[in-house]
Design a binder for this molecule. Structure first.
Ligand SMILES: Nc1ncnc2c1ncn2[C@@H]1O[C@H](COP(=O)(O)OP(=O)(O)O)[C@@H](O)[C@H]1O
Ligand SMILES: [Mg+2]
Length: 418
């Protein structure tokens, strides 16, 4: 089979790596890919938002299966476009992708189908939103409705912060049209967890759990980032909680998708807050998480092509997923200055010195003569081990062998937090 993976992060590198192990796969393309992906796939220089160009490419190359990494092309309707032309593609249709593309739509979906979530209200003008603040107590959460590359959510501790957030989103249009409407939401106290599920239209099957680390600095301090590390499994999602989540959330989500006639075939990533009242949904994403994918796929022992195909056909079952009992730890090496401004083009050294059982998934890298940095998050250093603790030791021993100018990373991934 000829396979195309859309995207350019460590998530896509992990997907390409897993695909490359399948005996069914003869050739892998990635658009646009990165320095690491280029070592195991053919990278084609097409941007993820150029869905028409991607379609022409897939038709010209007779691609048998396409996997979409990031949300932007999904929300733009790439799945509908490919499906209309008879191409197999893994991901939700445009309408289903609204579960990520519009937080208002997601909230309405949750209310309608009885899925536990924070109380909220939607506003489309500065004055209305400011008046609406009185309905909530502080802290509260303000969110831009549309896609904002993970930057559209502000937790506000007082009126001044709320005014500033509302002004930034609705008046200054910091996120463009994504901020035409805002959601004000009750602040939920608890422990965050996320759960990725395969959805095939008939079933919703959770993958193994993972715990990411969004803050830049050790002890969960500093600004939010795209994710600085991840571990799997996530101890908080134990059997008892999973049983509750299955009934209170997963079954209701599936029921909702079917009721709304949403043709969802792909990954539904559920962001959860585990509160004293049980787990509540913070948000939906409609694709693999990053860095969650980097710690989940190494634990997957089954052929991933089979899983993609069966999900698209609506015939996936729990038995198709075999998991390693091992733990997986991943630490992200980022450019100096990230998540603010950073420099690119730094030569990365030492990659050839890392142990053979350490996986290096590339994020922002480019291959010129050497591998050089080309983004904020640069490498996801990953390993399987008998325990999280052992994995953590292995990761940090190996990170010591890697260097690029300005390199920064968290030293506490896999340590006991919470
Ligand atoms: N209602 C809430 N209560 C507490 N924290 C929240 C709430 N909603 C969002 N957050 C925090 O903000 C982060 C980002 O919000 P989320 O809804 O996941 O949007 P996005 O990932 O699109 O930025 C969450 O991971 C969580 O830490
Ligand atoms: Mg989120």
């Amino acid at each position: 089979m000829k396979v195309l993976v859309i995207g350019s992060g460590a998530r896509e590198h992990a997907i390409v790596w897993k695909l490359s192990q399948s005996p069914k796969v003869s050739e892998i393309f990635s658009a646009p890919g990165n320095g690491g992906i280029s070592q195991i796939a053919k990278c084609v220089n097409i941007k993820v938002e150029d869905t028409d160009v991607l379609l022409s490419f897939a038709l010209k190359e007779s691609i048998d299966l396409t996997i979409v990494g990031p949300e932007v092309p999904l929300v733009a309707g790439i799945v509908d476009k490919f499906t209309e032309k008879g191409l197999k593609i893994f991901g939700p249709c445009k309408k289903s992708a609204m579960l990520e593309g519009s937080k208002k739509y997601a909230k309405e979906f949750m209310m309608k189908h009885g899925i536990p979530t924070a109380k909220y209200a939607v506003y489309n003008s500065f004055n209305e939103a400011i008046n609406g603040l009185d309905e909530f107590s502080f802290p509260l959460v303000i969110k831009a409705d549309g896609l904002a590359a993970g930057k559209g959510v502000v937790i506000c501790n007082n009126k001044e912060e709320a005014y500033e957030a509302v002004r930034g989103i609705i008046e200054d249009r910091k996120f463009g049209e994504a901020g035409k409407e805002i959601i004000i939401e009750e602040f939920l106290e608890g422990i965050e967890a996320s759960l990725m599920c395969l959805v095939d239209g008939n079933k919703i099957i959770p993958l193994e759990s993972a715990k990411d680390h969004k803050r830049l600095l050790d002890n969960d301090e500093g600004p939010n980032t795209g994710g600085m590390g991840c571990i799997s499994p996530n101890k908080i999602l134990d059997e008892k909680l999973m049983a509750e989540i299955k009934v209170e959330i997963l079954e209701k989500v599936l029921n909702g998708l079917q009721n709304e006639k949403l043709d969802f075939k792909g990954i539904l990533f559920i962001g959860l807050m585990v509160t004293v009242e049980g787990a509540k949904v913070l948000e939906f994403n409609v694709r693999f998480g990053d860095p969650e994918t980097e710690v989940i796929l190494p634990r997957l022992e089954s052929d991933i092509v089979n899983i993609f195909l069966k999900t698209i056909d609506g015939t996936i079952s729990q038995e198709d997923l075999k998991w390693s009992p091992k733990s997986c730890v991943c630490t992200v090496l980022a450019s100096g200055g990230y998540p603010e401004a950073y420099e690119k083009g730094k030569v990365i050294s030492g990659l050839d010195k890392v142990d053979s059982d350490v996986l290096i998934f590339h994020a922002g890298t480019k291959r010129v003569d050497n591998i050089i940095t080309d983004g904020g998050r640069v490498l996801a250093v990953t390993t399987l081990a008998d325990s999280i603790d052992e994995g953590r030791k292995k990761i940090y021993e190996n990170i010591n062998k890697i260097y690029f100018d300005g390199m920064q990373y968290r030293k506490d991934i896999g340590k006991k937090l919470n």
